[in-house]
Write a protein that binds this ligand. Structure first.
Ligand code: IPE
Ligand code: IPE
Ligand code: MG
Length: 248
């Protein structure tokens, strides 16, 4: 896309969300429908990442949070979980350098310390390498669950209170939100879920309190740049009231 085309798109899609969350679902079905093993669907899914990240960056979206592996996904057969981790490793190895060049700041959200050692090390290295970048904030939710995230925040608040660093009266919404993985980022404005299901599956429950939702039947590996643009266009037409009155 040329600069002029991008500028025109930015105007058409205005107002753009500052923070987009994507529940990238439907990889397994994409593969099964083609008579392929589910792992091929996960591979096809990672192929879509480059385009969606680039477009987010080019449009000037501040933050993009991608749901890659949930705390509940451990329930899947061991072979699928292992393959997913192998695919994440390949992805990081292949893409981090380019993301860095494109000024993207990577943050892994979730209990990454419980991931296989190599995956953990890759996540830490990617975060360290890109930590001073000032472009798109790319959050990859890996071994992420909103409830587990909330439990961690509660524990950290309890510890600070117990050790006298925090008065109970000073616990407010900001105090809770600042202890989530998304600390320092704005709330999620738009949650997109591909793959036809209409649920959050434990994704960013607190951060999406006032998010708009776009659910699409398109399976994640089929979710083209055009599909993303259509979702952003739908967002632009939503009327967000935050509990107030129309237009106020
Ligand atoms: C999403 O695709 C990727 C992960 C959850 C890791 P799925 O693997 O859930 O695909 P479906 O829903 O079975 O089609
Ligand atoms: C949500 O998809 C998790 C990710 C996309 C990483 P799932 O396929 O795990 O969700 P459910 O089981 O359909 O709710
Ligand atoms: Mg699924």
């Amino acid at each position: 896309m040329t600069v002029a085309e991008l500028n025109a798109l930015r105007i058409t899609l205005s107002p753009l969300p500052k923070h987009v969350g994507i529940i990238m679902d439907g990889n397994g079905r994409y593969a099964t429908r083609r008579g392929l093993p589910r792992s091929m669907g996960h591979r096809a899914g990672t192929e879509r990442l480059r385009g969606i990240i680039k477009l987010s960056s080019d449009l000037g979206i501040e933050a993009l949070s991608l749901y890659a592996f949930s705390t509940e996904n451990w329930k899947r057969p061991r072979i699928e979980v292992d393959t997913l981790f192998a695919i994440f490793m390949e992805y990081f190895t292949k893409e981090v350098e380019d993301l860095h060049k494109n000024n993207v700041a990577i943050r892994a959200m979730g209990n990454i310390a419980a991931l296989p050692e190599k995956v953990y090390a890759q996540c830490m290295a990617a975060m360290e390498k890109t930590k001073n970048n000032t472009g798109l904030k790319l959050n990859i939710a890996l071994n992420y669950g909103s409830r587990a995230e909330t439990v961690n925040a509660v524990k950290s608040i309890a510890l600070d209170a117990k050790e006298g660093r925090l008065n109970i009266e000073d616990i407010d919404e900001e105090c809770v939100m600042s202890r989530l993985y998304t600390s320092g980022l704005s709330d999620v404005d738009l949650v997109i879920r591909t793959g036809g299901e209409q649920r959050l599956s434990n994704f960013m429950l607190l951060q999406s309190a006032y998010a708009e939702f776009v659910f699409t039947d398109t399976l994640w590996p089929d979710f083209s740049d055009e599909c993303y643009i259509a979702a952003l266009g739908e967002f632009a037409h939503r009327n967000r009231r935050y509990g107030g009155l129309d237009g106020k």
